[in-house]
Design a binder for this molecule. Structure first.
Ligand code: SAH
Length: 399
């Protein structure tokens, strides 16, 4: 790891990116026909284009299509940050690409390291909006927690991000760039086959990934691509508060692991603490989980359950949880509530959490109590937030 041990590292880097358009999809074009691939700035943004658009963007610039494969490899396997580094390309081509294409990283405005080794980046995009992402190292592996939106619409009562109104969706390039930045810092280029410290990716940062499905899907396909970062779908987990209609699509199109933020066992309480429940109640959510393909492949769905003192942590809640999960290949992650300034809850006591876990274990489900990481730098679950403010309503086109 390049970062030694500072608890709060200020890192200022200049970004030369031209401003993005206001559109959340500015640099991405998904499976659209080549003529519709977006080129909204003077230089075509390459990071975040899916393979088809990536190739057609280069063909449009007059390059031969096999060059796309080479450049893709440089960007996502070797981690090249400039065209100059791409030494298998002729010099004249490198010069041409530098003036016509943009592969700049976003700016890292701040990087902090927790006493427990967790690392948090505050990433700023070309329009000055910011998100946070976090690396949680274990002895021989680590998870990178990335964001899908600036702010969030969900307003879950216990979540710090929920106090920040949604500013906008991230585009696919902005999601992928969080991974590239983390790998730059941790020194994980070229893509190692084994022994990666970024061995897993969790879409558990700021935002609701299923409310930004197209960009998240495009980004995850890039991250999974075997000729680049090449992270298997089994090592990627998408966490949702329960956007029921998109759970099926997530399973069918991406097949990544699913985590569901349940947090309550009856609709009355869940309506209060996870308000999306009013739209998609618990029974519908669990029905979608029963149909999720990972179940058939013996991969279990993770149910996240934040332990809130005197709110959702009684023995009868635990027994109700076991009944609810009947028929779902599930494991339960008990998350000690992470406090943040002004939070209206407290974390359950250790004894309470253990009694709760015992009941779930006895019911046949594993229920580890997650060890909080990065609390000292507000990097733990639900503590992420940036200062980006919403400028005007409906900025993203979302309602
Ligand atoms: N919107 C997605 C992903 C982001 S939240 C979702 O809801 O799943 C990632 C996880 O952290 C969720 O399970 C969320 O409920 C949990 N979380 C939020 N605030 C928390 C807090 N203060 N303490 C512990 N976990 C929290």
């Amino acid at each position: 790891m390049l970062v030694a041990n500072a608890h709060s590292l200020e890192q200022h880097m200049t970004s030369t990116s031209p401003p993005h358009s206001e559109s959340p999809n500015a640099t991405s074009c998904g499976g659209l026909p080549p003529k519709e691939c977006s080129q909204n700035t003077d230089r075509t943004s390459l990071i975040g284009l899916d393979r088809a658009c990536f190739e057609s963007a280069l063909v449009k610039l007059g390059e031969r299509s096999y060059r796309a494969k080479q450049i893709w490899h440089w960007l996502y396997y070797q981690g090249a940050r400039t065209f100059d580094e791409m030494t298998t390309l002729p010099k004249s081509l490198r010069t041409r690409l530098s003036s016509s294409c943009n592969i700049d990283r976003p700016t890292v405005n701040r990087m902090q390291q927790s006493e427990d080794g967790a690392l948090k980046w505050l990433v700023q995009f070309a329009d000055e909006r910011e998100v946070e992402c976090v690396h949680i190292p274990e002895e021989d592996r680590g998870a990178l927690c990335i964001s899908s939106q600036v702010g969030c619409t969900l307003t879950c009562r216990f979540c710090h991000t929920g106090t920040q109104k949604l500013v906008r969706n991230l585009d696919a390039g902005e999601i992928v760039n969080q991974v590239l930045i983390a790998r730059d810092t941790i020194g994980e280029w070229p893509s190692p086959k084994d022994g990666r410290m970024i061995s897993n990716i969790v879409m558990m940062g700021m935002g609701e990934p299923l409310y930004n499905f197209d960009n998240v899907a495009r980004a995850l396909r890039i991250i999974m691509d075997g000729e680049g970062i090449s992270l298997s779908r089994r090592r990627i987990t998408l966490s949702t508060a329960g956007v029921v209609p998109l759970i099926e699509r997530c399973g069918r199109e991406l097949g990544v692991n699913l985590a569901v933020s349940l947090h309550a066992v009856d609709d009355e309480l869940r309506n209060q603490i996870v308000p999306i429940n009013k739209k998609y109640p618990i029974a519908d959510l669990l029905e979608a989980c029963r149909r999720y393909p990972s179940g058939r492949n013996s991969r279990r769905i993770t149910f996240e359950y934040v332990m809130l003192k005197g709110v959702n942590d009684s023995d009868s809640d635990a027994r109700a949880l076991v009944r609810l999960l009947d028929g779902v290949p599930a494991k339960v992650n008990l998350i000690p509530f992470n406090a943040w300034p002004g939070a209206p809850y407290q974390c359950s006591s250790n004894n309470r959490m253990h009694s709760f876990a015992d009941i779930i274990n006895d019911g046949g489900y594993s229920a580890p109590i997650r060890v909080p990481r990065g609390r000292d730098i507000l990097a733990a679950c639900g503590q992420l937030k940036s200062d980006s403010e919403q400028v005007k309503r409906n900025h993203t086109g979302l309602s």
